[in-house]
Design a protein around this ligand. Structure first.
Ligand code: HEC
Ligand code: HEC
Length: 414
């Protein structure tokens, strides 16, 4: 088990290092820009300020979900006693190197900071350096103690570039964290019973079931990117909402446990957490930030350009891909949804579509598709080669091995 394997008692002198490193600093070190500008009045300036505000919300706002992660699940106790940085990295949590003062960076490099100690995790949380986790660290009996913890959108929808070490680097917002094992993290809670624990532990890394706590069914989906969504008015793999804010409200309230309300008549769902709405006012900025996140271009040399050019011809011709993956966004999502039979990830049991508000699937946008294997909503295809081969078989396209390979190269070039 994650926590027992890495459990390492023993004190470290990190607190001292931190105090020295932080000087009189105001504790954050996040480097996410100054206060939201009052703006010069131009709409471009206002838009930039909205995006900047949304970035802070995306990275650091919990919407008051400490009620779930601290009061109910008691994850702060688990972290304080059993989750070393090594254990945190092992469940796919990421560390933002830009939030670390130089003395900490040096300490990690020279080994003087103990990555096997939960106290180090608490210190990292104090620095706001654990991507997607927001901790409140207070002095209790002269020592730093983690008294509250909550999660943010960045937990699942950001990763890091590993520039410093595996799992430690600069933030890449919008990139799904496919190393993250959300089920394993929830299963650490002493408040989760054995039956539910077994369900959470069955999900595996990069997957999460955002409907399990609603309908009791268990079939996780891959964590999708939150980039490349500009111009797409059909959100989630089943197109449940026409804009991002719809789903952001769903996740913030029903999954993260944020304070606010979500109502969906199609699912006969009406949930209110707490008495103060900490979600609604943040949705416009949060949406603006996500819409500003572009799909990442493929790395230099990651595909064969000549093969990709041939693959484009297959995509638009014999492969019939462009009939659904149409236009610049590679999707017909703004005009139609598709029956479950059109998904190469179906049949599955229970069908994810059957649990959604639309009971249909959206044609996936393909910009940045090179970045987020495995593919389809349940991750059933490991590679883009496999995607092309599955379509060829299931839709009887009659493509040869060369055409399938070319098609995969074309997808990698997007
Ligand atoms: C525990 C992991 C987790 C957290 C935390 C989380 N999400 Fe998600 N998110 C998912 C999963 C899984 C899906 C796929 C659901 C689906 O498509 O049915 C998803 C879907 C989305 C989508 C739809 C993408 C698309 O292609 O249409 C957006 C946008 C999104 N999340 C943004 C957010 C924001 C903003 C937050 C914070 C309020 C957030 N998520 C918090 C796991 C998470
Ligand atoms: C009849 C409409 C239709 C056609 C034709 C079609 N697709 Fe799709 N495509 C979809 C739908 C719907 C999904 C979402 C399926 C899911 O996740 O369950 C999808 C998903 C994908 C994905 C997964 C993207 C991701 O982010 O996981 C890839 C890649 C893809 N299609 C490539 C292709 C290629 C290549 C072709 C041609 C050989 C093709 N598609 C033909 C409708 C279509």
């Amino acid at each position: 088990m994650i926590h027992s394997r890495y459990r390492a008692p023993g004190a470290i002198a990190l607190a001292a290092v931190l105090t020295a490193a932080c000087g009189g600093g105001g504790g954050g070190g996040g480097g996410f820009g100054g206060p939201v500008g009052t703006g010069s009045g131009t709409s471009a300036a206002e838009q930039a300020a909205l995006v900047e505000e949304g970035k802070k919300i995306f990275r650091f706002d919990t919407f008051g979900d400490e009620a779930q992660w601290t009061d109910t699940l008691r994850i702060h106790e688990v972290i304080s006693t059993a989750i070393s940085p090594a254990a945190a990295l092992a469940v796919g949590l990421k560390v933002d190197v830009e939030a670390l003062p130089p003395a900490i960076v040096k300490g990690i490099q020279d080994g003087s900071i103990d990555l096997a100690s939960p106290a180090t995790t608490v210190a990292l949380l104090k620095l706001d350096a654990v991507v997607g986790l927001k901790g409140k660290v207070e002095t209790v009996n002269g020592k730093d103690a983690l008294t509250r913890v909550g999660v943010t959108c960045a937990l699942c929808h950001s990763t890091v570039d590993n520039a410093f070490a595996p799992g430690i680097g600069k933030r890449l917002d919008g990139w799904p964290n496919r190393d993250l094992n959300p089920g394993a993290i929830i299963a650490l809670s002493p408040a989760v019973d054995a039956a539910k624990k077994a369900v959470y532990l069955s999900w595996g890394k990069g997957k999460y079931d955002p409907r399990y706590n609603i309908d009791g069914l268990n079939k996780p989906v891959v964590i999708p990117p939150a980039y490349g969504l500009e111009g797409i008015h059909s959100i989630t793999v089943t197109g449940d909402g026409t804009e991002i804010a719809y789903w952001n409200r769903y996740v913030a309230v029903t999954q993260m446990g944020g304070q606010g309300s979500f109502t969906e008549p199609r699912l006969n769902l009406s949930i209110t957490n707490g008495t103060t709405d900490l979600v609604t006012s943040k949705l416009p900025a949060l949406q603006a930030y996500q819409l500003s996140l572009k799909a990442p271009a493929p790395p230099q040399g990651s595909f064969d350009a000549a093969a990709a050019a041939r693959g484009k011809v297959v995509f638009e011709g014999a492969g019939k891909c462009a009939t659904c993956h149409s236009g610049a966004l590679f999707t017909d999502a703004n005009s139609t949804l598709h029956p479950p039979g059109d998904s190469m990830a179906e049949p599955e049991s229970p069908s994810y579509a059957s649990r959604s508000a639309t009971r249909m699937y959206r044609t996936s946008p393909l910009r940045g598709v090179w970045q987020h294997a495995p593919y389809f909503h349940n991750g059933s295809a490991a590679t883009l080669e496999e995607v092309a081969a599955v379509y060829n078989t299931r839709r009887s396209l009659g493509l040869g091995p060369q055409e399938i390979a070319d098609l995969a190269q074309y997808l990698k070039s997007q």
